[in-house]
Design a protein around this ligand. Sequence first.
Ligand SMILES: C[S@@+](CC[C@H](N)C(=O)[O-])C[C@H]1O[C@@H](n2cnc3c(N)ncnc32)[C@H](O)[C@@H]1O
Length: 372
Amino acid sequence: MRASLTTSNPSREPVKRRSFPVVPVVAAALPTLGDWLFGTRTEGDRDLIEELFFTDNKLRPHPVAPGLVATRLSSGRVDPGELAFARQGFPVAVLLRADGDALGRAIGNEISKGGKPQPWAFDLWVSDSDEGNRLSQTATTLEKRARFVVEHLAKPWAAQQLASAREAFAKEGIYVQACLFSPDRIALGLLPAHRAPSLAPGGRLRVHIDDDAPSRAAAKLAEAFLWLGRAPEPQDVCVDLGAAPGGWSYVLLQHRAKVYAVDRGKLAPNLRNQKNLEHIPADAFHFNPGDPVDWLCCDMAWRPLEVAGLLARWARRGWARHLIVNFKLPMKKKAEHLFRIRDILSDGGWSSLRARQLYHDRDEVTIAGVRI
Ligand SMILES: C[S@@+](CC[C@H](N)C(=O)[O-])C[C@H]1O[C@@H](n2cnc3c(N)ncnc32)[C@H](O)[C@@H]1O
């Protein structure tokens, strides 16, 4: 790579094009049959409600409990599997009391409506909030009992049950989900596994990172690659903007990529002298890769709209094929920022954009895209 540095600051102030109406505050209410029920990050309900409303202002999403949002999706303008602030979700087909036997029977009824037995997996989850987490033990007991009942009630379907949604996805099967949304109420629904927002119960995809990883941030990139279902191939050239202390670079090296780690900060000692890693102690806004690279990775702690402007410039100049970026969104108006960021990235030429507040993200959103 013939990297070089420039002296001017190339970040562009983004053009404001959309308007963001005030989103009505709606009181918490129970989900009803036919609603979609979504799980969000702790305190992420408001961000999801705003995202839904900005996508389709005819929707009336409402909180159900902390970390849970319900809405009717009638217009087809929202793809429920691709909402950034929804970690998990399903269309509610049954509402029932919190009873393992009743849940098992309801699962049996719902799956057998699909005609011929096909592969399926089941998870029961609670919201990621103090209230939800207090229900975890109850949920485990209910889930165990429901699995036992299903095995005895629906024999042809029981034989098709798989251990995880990921397996159901691989076999083009069904993902049955239930959410214990209050101490005594459960919502149940199912959908093709490939349409589920996540394949982890409640969208809580815990990624194990080994102890040598220089930072916790490594888990965010590892989770992002699982969410995307793609990652750098061996020998792919990756630029890691905002790389220090090196968690992302560490993950990229595990994929046997060649990494250019751009950051004025120091890398962890165990990353120095790595064969496939070069540290470029520079400001990302003045860095030019010289030759195009395969992956542009970015975890810079900087103003999100300016970072988006920088990444858009990479697309305009054809400097990278794949994009994976973690945007820091400490502000209240996360959804509004997300829409502006997406506009800037797509104006630049990034396409097939996907955004998600992943399990390991905090006040952050991960965005992926490609340049065709
Ligand atoms: C959250 S940390 C990155 C963590 C890293 N991805 C990891 O996995 O260990 C944010 C980094 O962005 C870097 N940063 C902020 N502004 C930058 C800029 N203009 N150019 C390069 N790096 C920048 C900071 O120095 C900091 O190391």
